[in-house]
Write a protein that binds this ligand. Structure first.
Ligand SMILES: [Zn+2]
Length: 382
């Protein structure tokens, strides 16, 4: 299969140079569902680019007859973020101009309760594909209203242009997969939404986190929440219905790195998902897949982040991936206390403070920088 490559102008810089998005579309000979994958929305989170490259190579080795539907791939989906530097570092999580988190800017279709209920009531006798299409039509009509202000003489901030372009690529998709990493050092896991735990296991990752608390404006949320709202509305009207529409955020290890093992895991995760969903039909994979049942599922509300209670140097920290018990030491802060009027000299000597776990769990994420100002993030446990 050879992809159709579409290059989309994204942004003209002050220097006159332009940034683009490039979309690789693999189109099967059989009709089917649309899969949308993107990577590097946060500029420092690189692993997904390598995952998409390997997926492209794999898809390139298949025939169009083996693909039902289409797969759209958008690596480097945020060139401005990817190119941002602070010396060696790619901060890339926030738009340096506006301060916005790149993954909190997305538009969500939110009909009011009366409109949603009226729509669901009007569809009670319809089959699922019809409802899906009718709802998509409404969503598109609402989305297209965002276009006019972008072209107006008064213009709009770049984030509004950016989200419009990115969401225009995926609004009609069935499956959206957003490839991230920690912005520090993290494990490999995914975020999923309610009632999608069976599909979550198809990624065969060790850990799945149910998003039972929403961040607001995240790419995966913006895509799936309108569908969850419609499912809820039907449930209240007494009809149980679940749309074959899913959104996933995969967290593939650490920022600013491309670790071969993590890339492999990401590739296997997406491949297995596409195969199990019937998007692709290939002879049995030569290497045995890990057991689907080994995925541990937990809720995002159980995630506990630890922030430095005082400024200093983080030392003796527990390793990423370790299981800790409540009360166990997580790390120490070595603080070179400075200040005037502290009474005795002993108060001005360096101190070492033990920070202990409030709850047991797995250390899923740790900060890269061991120097922390008071209140800075150190690690996360779930
Ligand atoms: Zn991210």
């Amino acid at each position: 299969m050879i992809p159709i490559i579409t290059t989309l102008p994204l942004l003209q810089m002050a220097s006159g140079d332009r940034l683009f998005l490039q979309v690789y579309k693999f189109i099967g000979t059989k009709p089917g569902r649309k899969v949308y994958l993107q990577s590097n929305l946060h500029g420092a989170e690189l692993t997904g680019n390598a995952v998409i490259h390997q997926l492209m190579q794999w898809l390139g080795s298949l025939e169009p007859t083996q693909l039902a539907g289409e797969i759209w791939l958008v690596p480097l989906c945020n060139p401005l973020g990817t190119n941002t530097r602070s010396h060696h570092f790619s901060p890339g999580r926030f738009d340096a101009y506006s301060g916005e988190n790149w993954n909190r800017i997305f538009w969500e279709y939110q009909p009011n309760v009366e409109d949603l209920t009226a729509f669901a009531q009007s569809q009670m006798e319809c089959d699922r594909p019809t409802i899906e299409q009718n709802y998509r039509d409404r969503m598109w009509a609402s989305f297209e209203k965002l276009a006019a202000p972008l072209k107006a003489p008064s213009g709009q901030p770049f984030c509004d242009h950016y989200r419009f372009l990115l969401q225009s690529l995926c609004l009609d998709a069935h499956y959206v997969i957003d490839l991230h990493t920690s912005s520090d050092q993290g494990l490999t896991y995914l975020y999923y939404f309610r009632n999608r735990q069976t599909s979550a296991r198809l990624f065969m990752l060790p850990l799945g986190i149910l998003l039972d608390e929403y961040a607001g404006g995240a790419f995966d949320e913006a895509f799936i929440k309108p569908w969850l709202a419609l499912e809820d509305c039907f449930a209240q009207l007494g009809r149980k219905i679940q749309f074959e529409i899913e959104a996933w955020t995969l967290e593939l290890g650490s920022a600013m790195q491309i670790d071969a093992g993590t890339v492999d895991r990401g590739v296997q995760a997406v491949k297995n998902y596409l195969l199990q969903k019937g998007i692709l039909r290939v002879p049995a994979a030569p290497t045995p897949m890990p057991s689907i049942a080994t995925m541990k599922l937990v809720a995002s509300s159980q995630m506990k982040k630890y922030y430095a209670p005082m400024g200093g140097m983080v030392q003796a920290r527990v390793a990423l991936g370790k299981t800790v018990e409540a009360g166990q030491r997580l790390y120490q802060i070595l603080s070179f206390n400075k200040g005037l009027n502290q009474g005795s000299e002993t108060e001005q000597m360096p101190t070492v403070l033990d920070i202990c776990a409030e709850q047991s769990g797995i250390v899923y994420d740790v900060s890269i920088n061991h120097a922390v100002n008071q209140g800075e993030y150190v690690l996360g446990i779930l």
